[in-house]
Design a protein around this ligand. Structure first.
Ligand SMILES: [Zn+2]
Length: 100
């Protein structure tokens, strides 16, 4: 599985890094950091959206409510996820939270 990092945070971490190469001449250190920044800037970017998790809550008469946005859907005698309705069609929450 791919893992993603925030480019701005990565560049900031490089700029603030004070590690093993701390004893290098400051110009060498600065050049190393600039090279690392340029590598990160050249990498491909992706639009990533955080996953919002939710769950269906039964409200009666085959009605289910999204616990994240209160959207209601009708016509399911069992948990909508059992019919393949795994996302709220209003807020996009992934309905994989379980009752505690
Ligand atoms: Zn929702």
């Amino acid at each position: 599985m791919k893992e993603y990092i925030d480019r701005k945070e990565a560049i900031s971490a490089i700029r603030e890094y004070r590690g093993y190469f701390q004893d290098q001449k400051s110009t060498d250190m600065m050049l190393l950091k600039m090279e690392a920044e340029n590598i990160l800037k050249d990498l491909e970017t992706f639009d990533i959206v955080p996953v919002v998790h939710g769950k269906w809550i039964y409200t009666g008469k085959e009605m289910w409510r999204c616990n994240n946005c209160d959207n209601e859907i009708a016509g399911y005698d069992k948990m909508p996820s059992e019919y393949g309705v795994n996302y709220c069609d209003r807020c996009g929450a992934k309905m994989d939270e379980v009752e505690e």
